[in-house]
Design a protein around this ligand. Structure first.
Ligand code: NAD
Length: 484
């Protein structure tokens, strides 16, 4: 198969470049296992060049007025929009995510640029009445160079939406896209080269152990923002701490509960359970509500509706607008999902549908697994405790309010949680008891622009997507003006 994009250069200091040693990594389409593009494999010297360029670029960028910096960010968004269709095709081929919902990803990126462009005037300090005779104030200053390391499920969206706040605050950024889905970043490099001053936006591709680790350890990088797995998040904390004192924020995984009370409509719960699983990208979402906790009075009815709906999900070509689910992202993800099928069997979970690779035309090659539901899942099982990051929904049962709270909180994670009830008292009491950073009452899955997102417990450190994220890319300087 031909490459889906010819773009194959990183962005360093305003130049589109290959790796200094000329090495490439190929990227494959997870639906077919065909090679569809290539990206440079950045060396440690390339990483150093990107960070050095960012360090040289940020002071002038930070000195622009809010209006001028905001204009550049908005124009960057418009330039992205102009190539949205091309980005979409490449992203779908490279991730395996289905095309219809993926249409939203460039939109989220552009909206985030607009949002933070509009917030730049909020990078304000304070005056503090510490003494009567003097003046005490704070100003916010950018860190300088911010590193953003991104996962594979929404590569373009994370590379832009999750750097917009850092850019708005006057930092220059270096982005490290995921190694299994890096191609959209090659298009982004071309757009950013034309839209932003040289060195303000840099992209280095390559694997985590080389490029990622070199970024984390670079002495000119104090601020690191990571989205990915808990194990990598902790490795980054360790590596950062090995070399210097750094500010690391982490958006990690989840094993998120959706708790349904008996007063709810079973049909609505079943729909929410499907939506909350994000099957359109194979459940590969940190916020997926992968533990469905049903009150015993509605358990059997909801479970049977969920099974019917999961069976109706149409697997197939992710580029077809009618497709409901594609392949998982990589062989590694595929092997991980199969291992969970084995673990579920061993632990005694009841397989209700799926649990295997689909058969027939179109599924001979590629990383295909069926959307899957297990019932009778309990806290002692791996499926209950561990994030699959795949299309497996686990269903459990509860009887009392306190039991539901305990079940909801019985994992190391605390990213999202959903409560469904028509009784406002139950809903609010429950949502306050859940140890999760982002919750919904009678909702699921959605992120809302400006509303903070992030995890408690081992799901992360810090909050993104709101004003708090922008402020997190600044350091406070106090100025005490001693009057004579
Ligand atoms: P991952 O941790 O394997 O990789 C993420 C990124 O980290 C990649 O770019 C990778 O190259 C890089 N990396 C790997 N090792 C590194 C190292 N030692 N130093 C520096 N960088 C390194 O994660 P993944 O498999 O791509 O993504 C799946 C995970 O991401 C899941 O756990 C999911 O829940 C999480 N996630 C979280 C959020 C959120 O907002 N909380 C959003 C999406 C995904």
């Amino acid at each position: 198969m031909a490459y889906v994009t010819q773009a194959d250069r990183m962005l360093i200091g305003g130049e589109l470049v290959h790796a200094s040693d000329g090495a490439f990594d190929e990227s494959i389409n997870p639906a077919t296992e065909e090679v569809i593009g290539r990206v440079p494999r950045a060396t440690v010297a390339d990483v150093d060049a990107a960070v050095t360029a960012a360090d040289a670029a940020w002071p002038a960028w930070a000195e622009l007025t809010p209006a001028a910096r905001g204009r550049v960010l908005r124009d960057f968004g418009q330039a992205l929009r102009a190539r949205a269709e091309e980005i979409l095709r490449v992203e779908v081929a490279d991730t395996g995510n289905t095309i219809t919902p993926m249409r939203g990803d460039v939109g989220v990126a552009v909206d985030s640029l607009d949002y933070y462009a509009g917030l730049i005037h909020e990078l304000k300090g304070e005056t503090i009445p510490a003494t009567h005779e003097n003046l005490h104030m704070t100003v916010r200053e950018p860190y300088g160079v911010v590193v953003r390391i991104a996962p594979f499920n929404h590569p373009l969206m994370f590379a832009v939406a999750r750097t917009a706040a850092a850019l708005a605050a006057g930092n220059a950024v270096v982005v490290k896209p995921p190694e299994t889905s890096p191609l959209s970043a090659m298009i982004l490099a071309e757009i950013a080269r034309d839209a932003l001053p040289p060195g303000v936006f840099n992209i280095v591709t390559g694997d985590g152990r080389t490029a990622g680790d070199a970024l984390v350890r670079h002495p000119l990088v104090k601020r690191i923002a990571f989205i990915g797995s808990p194990a990598t998040g902790r490795a980054i904390q360790r590596a950062a701490a090995d070399v210097a004192v750094k500010h690391v924020t982490l958006e990690l995984g989840g094993k998120n509960p959706l708790i349904a009370f008996p007063d709810t409509d079973p049909e609505a719960i079943a729909d929410a359970a499907i939506r909350g699983m994000n099957f359109s990208w194979q459940g590969q979402s940190c916020g997926s509500t992968s533990r469905l906790l049903l009150h015993e009075d509605i358990h059997d009815r909801v479970l049977s509706l969920v099974i019917d709906k999961v069976k109706a999900i149409r697997l197939g070509d992710p580029q077809d607008p009618a497709t409901g689910m594609g392949p998982v992202n990589s062989r590694m993800q595929y092997d991980k999902v199969l291992a969970f099928f084995e673990a579920a069997k061993k632990d005694g979970a009841r397989l209700m549908t799926g649990g295997r690779r689909p058969e027939g035309a179109g599924f001979e090659r590629g990383f295909w697994v069926e959307p899957t539901v297990y019932a009778g899942v309990e806290p002692g099982m791996r499926l209950w405790q561990e994030e699959v990051f795949g299309p497996i929904l686990s269903v459990g049962k509860w009887k009392t309010f306190d039991e539901a709270v305990e079940l909801a909180n019985s994992t190391e994670y605390g990213l999202t949680g959903a409560v469904w009830s028509n009784d406002i008292n139950n809903a609010l009491r429950m949502v306050r008891r859940i140890r999760a950073g982002h919750t919904w009452v009678n909702g699921c899955s959605a992120h809302y622009l400006g509303v903070p997102f992030g995890g408690m417990k081992n799901s992360g450190v810090g909050r993104e997507e709101g004003i708090e994220e922008m402020l997190s890319y600044t350091e406070t300087k106090t100025i005490n003006i001693v009057l004579r």
